[in-house]
Design a protein around this ligand. Structure first.
Ligand code: ZN
Length: 223
């Protein structure tokens, strides 16, 4: 049995990282994914160099299949651990409705991320149901162009920092998106969120509203 908790977490699915959370944690794809991807690329080159249907070619094909399987297992394992940790620590979780987000524009890394996102969300769904946690899916439209004060803050993809001319909030854009997702899901008040940004800010000094306490979620990052 899990302890009851009202703690809230919102997750913004990213392009260069897996997620940014509403308590300002980056969740990266684990390093070993990269290493295995490199092994896969090497094995695939072998296949293409060898004579089709030869013995050595078949051997190389088997290796490629094995590495694909390894990647799938590693990802599943990582996402199981991650989802279990999230469900343990948070009672209310906000995620994006990926059907609406319209992802995957053909880039390989993006496809890999997409697969990880939907797998994680599936794991979260059934674990939340078992544990009595609440998961809310929100429309992700415009979350990166909005401030928690309600002001529209236009950003291009390359603009990594959110700077609101109305309330003065300066912070990582994905962090702000996660806060907006949380706001949409749980109607968290602006003051509530502002306080969180302030708390986080004194810790790492990267955000303009000052900052603080290392959250329990930091363990998620090292997972
Ligand atoms: Zn603002």
């Amino acid at each position: 049995m899990l302890l009851e908790t009202n703690a809230v977490l919102a997750m913004d699915a990213g392009i260069t990282k897996l997620f940014h959370t509403s308590n300002n944690q980056r969740i990266e794809n684990p390093r070993f994914f990269e290493r295995t991807q490199k092994r896969l690329a090497r094995a695939q080159r072998k296949v293409s160099r060898r004579k089709k249907f030869s013995k050595r070619w078949k051997k190389a094909c088997i290796l490629v299949a094995k590495i694909h399987q390894l990647i799938a297992n590693q990802r599943k394992d990582f996402l199981h651990k991650l989802s279990t940790q999230i469900i343990r620590q948070f009672g209310r979780i906000a995620i994006e409705d990926l059907n609406v987000k319209g992802l995957a524009k053909g880039m390989l890394s993006k496809q890999v991320l997409d697969a990880s996102w939907s797998m994680l969300f599936n794991f979260l769904d059934y674990k939340a149901e078992r544990a009595g946690r609440i998961i809310i899916r929100v429309d992700p439209n415009g979350t990166s162009q909005t401030c928690i004060c309600g002001n529209t803050v236009k950003k291009k993809l390359k603009d990594r920092i959110h700077q609101c001319g109305l309330c003065g909030l300066v912070a990582d854009r994905d962090f702000v998106s996660a806060l907006v997702i949380e706001q949409r899901a749980f109607h968290t008040t602006e003051t509530n969120l502002t306080r969180r940004v302030v708390t986080l800010d004194s810790l790492n000094n990267t955000n303009h509203y000052p900052s603080g306490v290392k959250t329990e979620c930091s363990r998620l990052v090292s997972a």
